[in-house]
Write a protein of this length. Structure first.
Length: 237
């Protein structure tokens, strides 16, 4: 009954990797309306329909990948490409910042991983308290974290980051295991608790609405990964 109004139609089955996903149909109220139609353009449209379906499917996958990091309590980097993108793209330009805790791995190996985890917690808690809701803060990967200052030019970020960097690097993180042992010990003689200060290296750049955010983040990541291990600065790339 649905097709009772149609006198002619063109039917295009849709496939992704040889798997049938549905069809596209064009109808006309005239008999033989499509007998001499050049289907070249219609094939292009069909391919674009499949491409859009793929993009939507990939977007759904990305959205389902977002998690909350155990130690930092931040969302993972996938958040930037879904709900976070909605906030970022309210503005024509934004400043994207990525920083690396450059002595995290050394803290894990020289002291212990519990102290390294505590360093992540202390650094992220301190920074979170100083960011507005429009700014998006995520754990990017390992010792690297990303902040998007939505709608803010680089000039308006540098001074803030300079102050933030100085304050964070003044944080004192105690050796968690020794400190806990001292608390439980009834002996008068306690072990000396080693204290470590976080060291951060920053890279910042401008993001323009409608461009590839993932490419911008990749460039920042590559810079931080190839920088000298002793570099602790704010670099505009």
């Amino acid at each position: 009954m649905e097709f009772g109004r149609a006198k002619s139609a063109m039917f295009f089955p849709l496939y992704i990797d040889n798997v049938y996903i549905g069809y596209w149909i064009i109808e006309s109220g005239k008999m033989h309306a499509f007998d001499h139609v050049d289907t070249t353009i219609l094939e292009v449209v069909k391919d674009n329909i499949v491409s859009i379906f793929k993009i939507v499917s990939y977007q759904n996958i990305v959205e389902s990948l977002t998690r909350k990091d155990l130690y930092s309590a931040l969302k993972t980097s996938e958040y930037l490409y879904e709900k976070g993108r909605n906030t970022i793209d309210k503005y024509t330009t934004s400043t994207v910042c990525m920083f690396k805790i450059i002595n995290l791995e050394e803290t894990n190996s020289r002291i212990n991983r519990d102290t390294g985890n505590q360093m992540i917690i202390d650094v992220c808690d301190y920074i979170k308290e100083r960011l507005t809701k429009e700014y998006i803060f995520v754990r990017y990967m390992g010792p690297k974290f990303a902040i998007v200052f939505s709608g803010v030019e680089i000039d308006g970020v540098v001074e803030f980051l300079s102050d933030l960097k100085r304050e964070v690097e003044n944080l004192e993180v105690e050796d968690v295991i020794v400190a806990e042992e001292n608390e439980k010990s009834e002996q008068k003689k306690k072990k000396k608790v080693e204290i470590v200060n976080p060291k951060l290296n920053f890279a910042i750049t401008t993001y323009y609405k409608g461009t590839a955010l993932e490419k911008v983040l990749k460039e920042l990541e590559e810079y931080l990964d190839t920088a000298d291990i002793s570099e602790s600065d704010i670099n505009n790339i």
